[in-house]
Write a protein that binds this ligand. Structure first.
Ligand code: DC
Length: 221
């Protein structure tokens, strides 16, 4: 069984997906981390990010793994723990090369489907309900105003990185939103069968409870 959660950066989907996986005893699949992991490796290897064939080849030579799939998961690339590195701005700002390469996406989709075929999964990303798991048991699309999403990210990062301003964060999010929603390959869109939740004015607990209500039938069985 798959529960698909899609939405833009800062919509709360990672927090909710992790909580849900724990609550249901499902595995948690962070597909953004997979795109981040390959971006990290491409940068490390000095791969030409504009060369789509080279990126596909790199993907074929790369092993992306998760550990502790029920909770705080660590991400490994060819056995190296890259959990922290893949969140660096140098990675985030270059993901679009990887995520807009059709051959890479095809390979990612296969890995993601394989992951879910091995056990019940809560999968989060941009194309979970629309492309990767069209027959998911339940699909959610989480959203929030860009100002609120930037505020959340800023509060998260400001203590560690005092050089980043709120305006920097909002600009970054807007750039990423534009890239994610307008790219040719599997853009971020809300599927007609997804439950839309605007989290702007909601606490995490409120969002979580709304989601639990929507999947009551799964919890009862
Ligand atoms: O969820 P995240 O912010 O860690 O994702 C990072 C980027 O990866 C996001 O801006 C677009 C890309 N991505 C994607 O194209 N498809 C997915 N299923 C997940 C993420």
């Amino acid at each position: 069984m798959v529960i698909a959660i899609d939405g833009p950066a800062g919509s709360g989907k990672s927090t909710i997906a992790k909580m849900l996986a724990k609550r249901l005893g499902f595995r948690y699949l962070d597909t953004g981390a997979m795109y981040r992991a390959l971006t990290w490796k491409a940068i490390q290897n000095g791969t030409n990010l504009g060369d789509k064939d080279a990126l596909c080849q790199l993907m074929d030579q790369t092993k992306i793994e998760f550990q502790d799939i029920y909770g705080n998961l660590d991400v490994f690339v060819d056995g190296i723990n890259v959990t922290k590195e893949i969140r660096l701005p140098s990675v985030t700002n270059n993901i679009h090369y990887i995520s807009d390469t059709p051959g890479v996406r095809q390979r990612m989709v296969m890995l993601q489907q394989k992951f879910a075929s091995e056990g019940n999964t809560v999968a989060e990303g941009r194309d979970m309900g629309t492309v990767v798991f069209p027959r998911a048991e339940k699909k959610f699309f989480l959203d929030a105003d860009v100002e609120e999403r930037a505020r959340r990210r800023y509060t998260e990062f400001a203590p560690a990185n005092k050089k980043v301003s709120y305006n920097d964060v909002i600009k970054d999010i807007e750039t990423r939103d534009k890239r994610d929603t307008t790219r040719d390959n599997s853009p971020l869109v809300k599927g007609s069968d997804a439950v839309y939740i605007d989290t702007t004015k909601l606490t995490i607990e409120e969002v979580f409870n709304m989601i639990l209500k929507e999947i009551e039938h799964i919890i009862k069985n």
